[in-house]
Design a protein around this ligand. Structure first.
Ligand code: SF4
Length: 706
């Protein structure tokens, strides 16, 4: 941590998980470079990553614990949290407590929070903001493969002859992967890229074919593809026979909903010749990757959409081999790490299930607890509904800002306003969520703490400390450990440093495993303090069989289902639950912009990042702008049944007629009436619980201040 000593660490923003070289300077600044030895980025950084050095100042930091707005010593804050939790549990039971955590926290933080909540408080009411970005992909993998396992690596993307990018503005949301693909396409011009997205985004710059489909119609497009592959004789019959089950039912469903090209065209609103072109490309190319992200996941049928994609790869045997497979990108830097430790309310650590008696018994014995939760907990939206209805009486929010980022955000705000106890662990002193906290716990930020994260290709990387945390800020794992001890669970929380947690996490994955589960860190279960400090980026599983990690899964075509076969799932496509109407005739799509991250608490500090798009805006097609009397650069009011916001109008034919796009980043701290999620309905996928953040009916009109 000395001045001008370069530290290898990992970017805290997106799920690409780029390696960063951080060098603290004598003047207190930090210089940042891409780490050319990190396999995720090979030295590249995007605009956000390269501006990290401009975001490490301590302005607006939460420096001390506070109760009811007054500074208190750590001991008093921790005693109060633990006493109040114990009182509420004694009076109302463990399900009266809820934790809402984040894909921003490190695996060691995540593991400790889950162990406390599920293992010792005895409730599974712990969910994560990663529910909003990738839970449909998780559910899709589990249905198909019997496990939450991303089959491919980034290098597969570069080696593919056809890359289908669907529901992802990769160029802005995962920019370094976009850079790698652009380079690969320059090196091999024969590589083809198909982009499936209602909007014409920066990602379309790489597209040989862009399919601006009707929002929400993805499953019909892929069902049509499955049907085409059968009709035109492109199936891998041996693979289907030996390694899959459910093909007939999946095909029958595909035939019913998308039996011919005109039928697919009618639903997707794509020209027939473009659909045929896509299907022919997929059918005739061996090395195909289908990459997908929030555009597929954030839907009331997101799980079905992901399985409609996986079905096409299974039908052609296109996975388990180089440059083939379905590949979901995670949004956050440690969404994948959260999945490893049971970060979702329907999981146990090490990819085990709460409701599986064998898994329950195994984890109970490993943690030496008789209090392990026996049923799944509330998913993110339901968790805050339970807060609002008074079923959850105390909620602990860690490293996230749900008053801005959850759908129906005003309802979330109202729920927290009347909640008996709101504890918030945060780096920032002033967010829309910290405003509602009874107890504030100052958390160490990126660069001030040590631990691991896992990126979209299952690669575990170290985030290392190179700065002293300001004031009394502490790492999240430490805060949780102290609360656990004060609640009476000293023996189960002996952790003194992050490696203690990591070793236990790796040992649990190996405990009575015998290679029978996908998530296996047995090769790191006895890692020394020194080896942990030096840990180079490595992809799980890491075992005796794969001591250097595993680049590609299912190379032996053995899946983690009871009979070892992958499952094809019959998909009946459903259009979005929220339909437009005469009152709300436009579809609101939400997403990220290139230079901001989440609710801007970090990226908002960098002047050059703010310069890209400096204020809340709405993108709208010229025809719609004319219909609604909007002028480019003027202000408009966008309203749904739930709320309204004021935004700057950007008229562009990159937007599909009938729909508008508004970024997710702004909060009421940064501008008034700026939270787009106050407009978004909290309807969710019934399997994954992921909200439909891409399809809210709205109306728009010029804004006239009164
Ligand atoms: Fe960071 Fe993602 Fe940019 Fe890489 S691509 S530098 S991980 S924000």
């Amino acid at each position: 941590m000395g001045k001008e000593q370069t530290i290898q660490t990992t970017c805290p923003y997106c799920g690409v998980g780029c390696g960063v070289l951080a060098t603290p300077q004598a003047d207190g600044t930090v210089s940042i470079e891409g780490d050319s030895n990190h396999p995720a980025n090979l030295g590249r950084l995007c605009s956000k990553g390269s501006a990290l050095g401009e975001t490490v100042d301590h302005g607006n930091r939460l420096l001390h614990p506070k109760i009811d707005g007054k500074r208190v010593p750590w001991d008093e804050a921790l005693n109060t949290v633990s006493r109040k939790f114990n009182d509420i549990i004694a009076k109302h039971g463990p399900n009266a407590i809820g934790f809402y955590v984040s894909g921003q926290i490190l695996t060691e933080d995540y593991y400790t929070a889950n162990k406390l909540m599920k293992g010792f408080i005895g409730s599974a009411n712990i969910d994560t903001n990663s529910r909003l970005c990738m839970s449909s992909a998780v559910a899709g993998y589990k249905r198909a493969f019997g496990s939450d396992s991303v089959p491919c690596s980034y290098e597969d993307l570069e080696q593919a002859d056809l890359l289908v990018i669907t529901g992802s503005n990769l160029a802005w949301c995962h920019p370094v992967i976009f850079q790698r693909i652009r380079q690969a396409k320059e090196d091999r011009p024969e590589m083809k890229v198909v982009v499936i997205d209602p909007r014409t985004t920066a990602t379309c710059d790489l597209a040989d074919l862009h399919l601006p489909l009707r929002p929400g119609s993805d499953a019909s497009l892929f069902n049509g593809l499955l049907n085409y592959l059968k009709k035109e004789d492109y199936l891998d019959l041996d693979f289907l026979e030996q390694h899959t089950e459910g093909f007939s039912a999946a095909l029958k469903a595909a035939k019913t909903s998308a039996g011919n090209i005109p039928q697919v065209s009618a639903v997707t609103e794509l020209p027939e010749q473009d659909i045929i072109k896509f299907y022919q490309l997929f059918a005739s190319t061996e090395k195909v990757i289908t990459l997908y992200s929030q555009g597929v996941n954030q839907s009331t049928s997101g799980t079905d959409k992901s399985n409609s994609i996986i079905n096409c790869h299974l039908a052609t045997g296109r996975l388990g081999k180089p440059a083939m497979g379905p590949f979901s990108m995670t949004g956050q830097p440690n969404a994948m790490g959260g999945r490893e430790v049971g970060g979702l309310s329907n999981q146990l650590a090490a990819h085990m299930e709460i409701t599986n008696p064998e898994h329950h018994d195994r984890v109970s014995r490993f943690w030496e607890t008789d209090r392990l939760a026996t049923e799944n907990g509330a998913k993110a939206v339901d968790l805050f509904n339970d807060v609002g209805e008074g079923k959850i009486k105390a909620v602990w929010i860690m490293a996230t800002n749900p008053v801005v980022s959850l759908p129906d955000a005003d309802k979330v705000k109202a729920a927290l306003e009347q909640c008996e106890l709101v504890v918030v662990s945060e780096c920032e002193s002033n967010t829309d969520t910290t405003e509602l906290a009874d107890i504030l716990l100052p958390a160490a930020a990126w660069g001030e703490k040590d631990g691991t994260v896992t990126n979209s290709e299952r690669r575990i990387s170290h985030q290392r400390q190179f700065l002293i945390a300001p004031g009394e800020a502490r790492p999240d794992w430490w805060i949780i450990t102290q609360v656990a001890r004060k609640m009476g669970f000293e023996k189960a929380f002996p952790f003194e440093k992050p490696v203690d947690v990591f070793r236990e996490h790796a040992r649990l994955s190996a405990f009575e495993n015998n290679g029978s589960r996908d998530f296996d860190l047995s090769g790191l279960a006895e890692i020394s303090d020194e080896a942990y400090e030096k840990l180079a980026p490595i992809q799980w599983p890491v075992s005796d069989n794969a001591p250097a990690g595993t680049a590609r899964l299912f190379t032996d075509y053995q899946f983690f289902t009871p009979n070892g076969k992958a499952r094809m799932v019959p998909i009946e496509p459903k259009l979005p639950e929220n339909k437009t109407s005469d009152d709300y005739p436009l579809v609101l799509n939400t997403g990220r912009i290139r230079d901001q991250w989440h609710t801007m608490t970090r990226t908002g500090r960098a002047v050059r990042l703010n310069a890209h798009i400096p204020e809340p805006m709405v993108q709208i097609h010229p025809v719609d702008a004319q219909n609604w009397g909007l002028v480019d650069g003027a202000l408009a009011q966008v309203s749904s049944k739930l709320g309204k916001m004021i935004v700057r109008v950007v008229i562009t034919d990159e937007q599909r007629p009938g729909s508008v796009f508004v970024p997710i980043h702004w909060s009421n701290q940064s501008a008034s009436l700026a939270r787009v999620d106050a407009l978004v309905a909290a309807v969710v996928d019934p399997i994954s619980g992921q909200p439909e953040s891409k399809h809210t009916p709205v109306k728009i009109r010029p804004y006239q201040p009164v």
